[in-house]
Design a protein around this ligand. Structure first.
Ligand code: PBG
Length: 329
């Protein structure tokens, strides 16, 4: 039968070599960042119950994981510290001998070529679990800036190569830039969690970091997920304040915003595939309902297709392996 079809999109799908030739989204292991939790004590490697396959490591046990990641081709790690003691003003966040500071020292000693990023926030360190210091029942934005700046500086002094503020206070990028510059760290980049939503996808992380707010929620500082134009406003403000990279978080349900931020800024865009995304994939795979590796790959590619230059994921090591094998990328 003569249909006279001029355009047959299937022509480009008929052969694996050709499919790869015309592939629009390319991924590289250098874009992957692995988030890692560190705890006090010695010889501890504890599985996080809501994040099967993810662990909290004591500083002396970090080495094995860092080397394993490095060998898989993951060259960047973001550290989260979980202190033993918490207080009202999150002193552990900026203590010289704080947990994350000790971890940066150790990481640089045992795996010096791993690029280390510090998550800058107070929620893991405050007794009330909020991301800043309180004035009554409210987080005091301007007072919190000093604490965040101190935290960022202490991480850089301990060896962090980059800092990533995740608190969502107004003006924190500028405050951090100022203190780093004043202290001589003019070349230390800031990756801002610019577009961070008040999201239930962070549930398992809060188990892992013991950082659930003791009262209320984070809606007065993290964004309302109904908003798209506000995402541009937040990203553009952070660019003006001197952010070097902007992040969208979560990633999976927010591809439209990754694209929006990508199209409206001229700096690299990161996305963070958060704990709840990981936990859902793990749980469904464990039940035998989905193929874990296939789904992980499909979701990761979607973030890059949406415009991510950098992808922060608990699956970073597995993704690196899939890229190496040519399964994706
Ligand atoms: C700290 C912080 C959170 C996450 C990253 N940094 C938790 C939160 O904002 O409640 C979430 C990461 C994840 O869920 O994987 N503010």
């Amino acid at each position: 039968m003569e249909l006279g079809l001029m355009n047959r999109p299937r022509r480009l799908r008929g052969n694996a070599v050709l499919r790869k030739m015309v592939r629009e989204t390319r991924m590289d292991k250098s874009s992957l960042v692995y988030p890692m939790f560190v705890i006090e004590g010695t010889n501890r490697k504890e599985e996080i119950p809501s994040m099967i396959g993810q662990y909290r490591y004591s500083v002396d046990r970090m080495e094995e994981k860092l080397i394993e990641l490095f060998q898989a081709g993951v060259r960047s790690v973001m550290l989260f510290g979980i202190p033993n003691q918490k207080d009202e003003v999150g002193s552990g966040a900026y203590a010289q001998e704080g947990i994350v500071q000790k971890a940066f020292h150790k990481a640089k000693e045992v795996c010096p070529d791993m690029y280390m990023i510090g998550d800058v926030c107070m929620c893991e360190y405050t007794s009330h679990g909020h991301c800043g210091v309180l004035q009554g029942q409210e987080v005091d934005n301007d007072k919190t800036l000093e604490f965040l700046a101190k935290t960022a500086l202490s991480q850089v002094q301990a060896g962090a190569d980059m800092v990533a503020p995740s608190d969502m206070m107004d003006g924190r990028v500028a405050a951090i830039r100022r203190i780093l510059d004043k202290s001589g760290y003019i070349n230390t980049p800031i990756m801002s969690y610019a577009v961070k939503f008040a999201s239930s996808f962070y549930g398992p992380f809060r188990d892992a970091a013991d950082s659930t707010p003791a009262f209320g929620d984070r809606k007065s500082y993290q964004m309302d997920y109904h908003n798209r134009r506000e995402a541009c406003k937040e990203a553009m403000l952070d660019v003006e304040e001197g952010a070097d990279i902007v992040m969208v978080k979560p990633a999976m349900a927010y591809g439209d915003l990754i694209r929006e931020v990508k199209d409206n800024t001229n700096i690299p865009v990161a996305s963070y595939s958060v704990s709840g995304e990981y936990a859902m994939i793990k749980a469904a795979a464990k039940a035998g309902w989905i193929d874990e590796t296939d789904i992980m790959c499909e979701i990761a590619v979607s973030a890059f297709r949406a415009g991510s230059d950098i992808y922060i994921s608990y699956f970073a090591e597995e993704l690196a392996t899939c890229i190496e094998q040519g399964r994706i990328g």
